[in-house]
Every structure is written in C-alpha cells, then in structure tokens.
Design a protein around this ligand. Structure first.
Ligand SMILES: Cc1ncc(COP(=O)(O)O)c(C=O)c1O
Length: 427
C-alpha cells in the first residue's frame, strides 16, 4: 500500500478487534461528536466512510497526474492514462475477473445496471437489440430499485415480459422456484448478492449457474457484497456484475460494470460521443473496442484511482478478517434486538451479511431513527429503495443498521440501548 497513511491496520490474518484503534485512525470522520455524542456510524449500506489511504491516492493523482486521458501525447496525459488503466486492472483483480472479462467504469451500480438493461434492449445501426418481443426477463423480488426499474423499462422498450422470482414469507429465494420460472424464452436473470433492505443473502452462486444453464444472461448486483466478500467472478456463472466504490470505502460517483467480454460486446453503448469511437464522419461512426466503447466522455479518473485504492485497502485488512468481524457484529446486533419486546429482525438467520433490518411493533422507523440520531447513532429508515420487497413481506418501512470494518461491539451495544430507549419513549 503506497500511502503516507499506510499503517499497522494492514494484516490479512489477525482479528479486526485487535486492530480497531489503528483502523479507526484511517477514518477521521468517525472521531467527531454528533448531537453532543460520539458518532456511531451504522449507515454503511448506504455509503461507507473513506480511509486516508484512499484520499492520499486521489490527492496524489490530482496533484501530480491530473490531465485528460487517452488523447494526449504529453507526459501528464500519459500519467493519467496509466493511472486509469492501472486502476481498471486493480479493480478487475479485486473481484476475481480473469482474462475473458472486461471492466467498464460507470458512475455507480445504478448507471452500470442502466447501461446493461438499455444496452440489451436497444438496437444499433440497423442491428436488432438482444432483447425482443416474446423474450422473458426474470428479476428477483429482493432487488433494489436500481436492479428492477431499468428492467421494467427494458421490457417496455423491447416487448419482453418481466417475471419476478418472489421470496418466501421469510424473505428467502429458492432454486426450485427459479427452475419453475426459467423457460426457453428467458434471456436475462438479474439477482442481488445481498438485499440492501432485508440483509438476505440468496444462494446466488447456484442460482446464477441454474439460469446460465438455461441460456439466460446472468446479472449480479454486488453493491452490498464487494465491501466485505471476496467475489470470484471467474468461478461464477455470471455474465455481468455491477457495484459502487462508495459502498466499499471508496469515493462517490464511481462504480463498475464488469463481465464476460463476449457478453459486454453485445451491449449498445449508453453514451455516444468522444473516446468511444474509432472513426467518425458527418453521417456515421465506427465504434471503438471495449472498454472504450462503453466509456464515452471524460471519465472520473481520480474516482477510479480512489476505487482501486479502496480495493487495496480491503485486501490489506483482509477479506476473511472483515467477514468474521462483520459476522460477529451482526450476530451481536440480531441477538440483542430479538431480546427487545416487539422487535422483529428481517432475515435474522442469513449469513455473510452486514445489514440488520428490523421493525418495531407500534413504533415508526422514522421516529426510531430520529431518536437514535439524537444519541449520535446514524441508521437509515424507510423502504431503502426496495419498496416492492417490503410490501411483499408485509413489513412496510424498516429501521436499518448496517455495519463496516470500523464498527465496534460497543457501538452495537449503543444501538441496542438506543433502540430500547426509543421504544420506551414512543410507546
Ligand atoms: C443492492 C443495491 N443495488 C444498487 C444500489 C444503487 O447503488 P448506487 O446508488 O451507488 O448506484 C444500491 C444502493 O444502495 C444497493 O444497495
């Protein structure tokens, strides 16, 4: 790790608890009071905080290499191009992408999924779109709106039918239900690696394999997994995977669509313009090869540099250690919440999730969130951009605490006493 702030938090095998003080120094934002109380930041599923090593990498780029990429012969332009392409390689490696994969930088998961859904439902220069009338798209019922609404639009645009793989009453998805939905007309199966609203982690490895066997293009929304789970794209039956840097300790406004090159080549570009063309006349354009083909316009280069630094930060801390720490914290939170009368935790049994979503009988999540904020505890309340799921489960809006590498058991204890206090006040 090449940073002025690289420090003794790096150790890929030791438990996180022994490294928490060094780790928390990487996140100065955590050391401030909020409403007169020490900040307890438990809104990590929305956005994680950013470590100094990532800020250092971005500052280094902006102060030493900032220039536009790919178009200049001058030294700074070459430095910036190298920084951007190095970042692409680092992020690809981080998610286990192999030689047969390509990665395109986007502004985040939402743009990646829109690029995909629009890219396969729109034709190009007289060539038909991948999706057509009579085709079927299957989307799981656990999805964030970002992995549902673009598919609704793709279905309307192409005349395809949208089918929903509904979860059971506990919010779990089942392979046999997917097997029943798959048909010779299924062209796309889109699934989340972890629901941001319930915390449920479906058996995505097996489900993607099932869908790919049925010749569907498979799409994984990994936004809630990349921050703590080692994704091994080259072992997954996954054609496309989308994720955002700001949910993995990186900057906002940058993310990626990564996938099998042969599948990515089938996408009609979302953005036409500079840098994505090979040659242009007044009437026509010949488009560039991947990845430039899907990266029209000036990209967020310092964002890409920051995203790569965030990947290096996670690897320096260690996936196994992070996963173990988050599992301990989640179990602590789930156990404690279930002991409070009237509290129901969604997907309490799920594993490898950093999200604790709950409802309280007789208390509105908004009021709970406001009372927690008065104690300096940041959680998120509402439908979490997954309204159909929470309506299907019958819970309505929830309170969601979500965990990250820098959270402590003391903070979980504060959450638990904060929730108990809020319930006392509200009943
Ligand atoms: C599962 C999931 N998918 C997609 C998104 C959208 O991510 P972004 O807002 O970074 O585009 C989110 C954000 O919360 C998410 O949790």
């Amino acid at each position: 790790m090449n940073s002025a702030h690289a420090a003794n938090f790096a150790n890929t095998t030791g438990a996180i608890v022994g490294r928490l003080s060094a780790l928390r120094l990487q996140f100065p934002i955590l050391a401030q009071p909020v409403n007169g109380q020490p900040l307890v930041y438990l809104d990590n599923a929305a956005t994680t905080q950013i470590p100094l090593t990532v800020l250092d990498a971005m500052r280094e780029f902006e102060t030493r290499a900032r220039a536009n990429i790919h178009r200049g012969v001058h030294t700074l332009s070459q430095r910036a191009t190298d920084a951007f392409e190095d970042a692409r390689e680092t992020v690809k490696r981080h998610v286990g992408a192999a030689g047969a994969h390509e990665l395109v930088f986007t502004s985040g998961t939402t743009e990646a999924l829109n690029m995909l859904a629009q890219g396969i439902s729109t034709g190009l220069d007289g060539h038909a779109a991948v999706l057509g009338a009579g085709d079927e798209i299957i989307v799981s019922g656990l999805e964030h709106h970002a992995n549902l609404v673009p598919w609704q639009q793709a279905a309307r645009r192409s005349g395809a039918t949208l089918r929903i793989l509904l979860p059971d009453a506990q919010g779990r998805l089942h392979e046999d239900a997917l097997a029943r939905l798959l048909s010779p007309r299924t062209r796309v199966f889109a699934l989340t690696a972890c629901s941001n609203a319930s915390g449920e982690r479906p058996p995505y490895e097996a489900m993607l394999a099932l869908a790919q066997k049925a010749d569907a293009l498979t799409v994984l929304d990994a936004a809630q997994a990349v921050g703590h789970s080692a994704m091994q794209l080259d072992t997954l039956a996954c054609d496309f995977m989308a994720f955002s840097a700001h949910k993995m300790y990186g900057p906002m406004g940058i993310g990626a669509l990564v996938g099998r090159r042969a599948a990515m080549e089938r996408l009609t570009p979302l953005r036409f313009g500079g840098d994505m063309v090979q040659s242009v006349s007044f009437q026509r354009a010949v488009f560039a090869q991947l990845p430039a083909r899907l990266e029209g316009g000036t990209p967020n280069v310092s964002g890409a540099v920051g995203m790569a630094a965030a990947a290096s930060f996670i690897e320096a801390v260690g996936f196994k250690a992070i996963e173990a720490h988050l599992t301990d914290l989640r179990q602590h939170a789930v156990r404690g919440l279930r002991q409070i009368e009237g509290v129901t935790v969604l997907s309490a049994q799920t594993e490898m999730s950093a999200i604790v979503s709950f409802v309280v009988q007789g208390a509105h999540p908004h009021d709970i969130g406001t009372l927690l904020d008065a104690r300096g505890i940041a959680v998120r309340t509402g439908h979490h951009c997954a309204q159909p799921l929470l309506e299907h489960l019958g819970t309505g809006p929830t309170t969601r605490a979500s965990l990250a590498v820098y959270n402590t058991h003391e903070e979980v204890a504060q959450l638990l006493s904060g929730v108990a206090h809020a319930i006392e006040v509200l009943r």
